[in-house]
Design a protein around this ligand. Structure first.
Ligand code: ZN
Length: 380
């Protein structure tokens, strides 16, 4: 498949405007996010996994399975040493690759939003945290290769414990594609350790980091639900009430036909808000926070991230920008105002960033003009 051409300048301007006007950003990423860093995906045209898998005809999902850590020590297929060789390859690939500039751009955009941003990823490479994102704004839903846990989490000495690994020192025997003993050991019971990564058919994954991140995620979503922009009223209450109704009607075009139940609360708050008064004593309208969901490289084989992006749009309204060269489709049920991008995501993020800089500098000039206008108006 030929590489898709970049979106038109008009589309880039539209995307930049959406982000510039957003109060909060949600970022959802899958394996495709790492392609611009030089990493492979597991499927599709950028597929790139441990070479012995292909040679031995072993499927990726079969290899990424916790049952391997109960296998005997030894050499070759069927041993835990073979499994650790696979994980050593993945650890090295992720830790020797620097996160690309897109992570930094998305961080800057998020930090300059009124309510900030939050990144949810199915990637286990640790690149969000490595690129300076705060750990209370990142949720790694499948864990990270930078953490380990006991392979026997029911062991009384070590259940529910996981720990960060600063490096994974393992030698590999190339003839058998197997890690050479000693293998990583549980720091509590001395038994076999394993990556704290959610594998396939994995009932033993210790989810503490996920649980904590989910609390932060919920707090962030609550903040958006509770946040409203106040618009001072300049006309009579009755006119403002009509405007509020019109505003709600206009907003409904962005919402799906069957909104998520949790979406009802902010709308109800907005209906009541026309009766509020601001600090000037005039009635004010409250406007629901504007949300943009940016999804990059999330595949369809394990669609957790795609579903989450779509769920967020249902919950908060707003716009979805989906970057995916192979599966860019957006369900029609999500309504209008969304964008599919098939071009290289990093190139597009950089173009959007150029536009955002122009928009920011235009906003700053407007503000300066506004503040300079006051003394002039006094002299007139
Ligand atoms: Zn243990």
């Amino acid at each position: 498949m030929a590489a898709s051409s970049l979106p038109s300048p008009q589309v880039i301007k539209t995307l930049a405007k959406l982000i510039h006007e957003a109060d909060a950003l949600f970022i959802g990423t899958g394996a495709g996010m790492g392609v611009s860093s030089g990493l492979g995906t597991f499927r599709g045209k950028a597929a790139g996994v441990w070479l012995p898998l292909k040679e031995l005809g072993i499927d990726f999902t079969e290899m990424s399975n916790p049952a391997w850590f109960a296998k005997p020590r030894g050499k070759g297929v069927g041993t835990v040493n073979f499994a650790w060789s696979f994980w050593k390859y993945r650890y090295d690939a992720y830790s020797s690759t620097a996160p690309h500039k897109g992570y930094e751009l998305l961080r800057q955009w998020s930090e300059s939003r009124r309510l900030g941003g939050f990144a949810v990823t199915s990637n286990i490479d640790g690149h969000w945290l490595a690129s300076g994102w705060q750990d209370d704004r990142v949720m790694e839903i499948h864990g990270s290769v930078h953490f380990q846990q006991c392979a026997d989490p029911e062991h009384p000495k070590c259940q529910s414990s996981l720990w960060k690994v600063p490096s994974l020192q393992l030698s590999i025997d190339p003839a058998s594609n197997s890690a050479i003993d000693p293998l990583p050991a549980c720091m509590h019971c001395g038994g076999m350790a394993r990556p704290n990564v959610l594998m396939f058919d994995d009932c033993e994954w210790i989810s503490h980091r996920y649980d904590e991140a989910e609390e932060h995620y919920q707090e962030f979503k609550n903040k958006i639900h509770g946040a409203h922009k106040a618009k001072p009223a300049t006309a009579s209450l009755s006119r403002e009430s009509k405007a509020a109704r019109d505003d709600l009607d206009a907003d409904s075009s962005d919402r799906p036909p069957q909104p998520h139940p949790s979406q009802q609360q902010p709308v109800a708050e907005r209906k009541e808000s026309a009766d509020d008064t601001g600090s000037t004593g005039k009635p004010v309208l409250k406007q629901r926070a504007k949300v943009v969901v940016i999804e990059i490289g999330a595949g369809t084989a394990v669609p957790s991230i795609r579903w989450e992006s779509e769920r967020l749009v249902r919950e908060f309204g707003g716009h979805l920008i989906r970057f995916n060269p192979e599966a860019p489709q957006i369900p029609s049920g999500l309504g209008e105002g969304h964008h599919s991008i098939t071009a290289d995501s990093l190139s597009v993020l950089e173009l959007i960033d150029e536009q955002l800089k122009l928009l920011r500098s235009a906003s700053t000039s407007e503000e300066e003009k506004g503040s300079a206008a006051t003394p002039c108006s006094i002299t007139m």
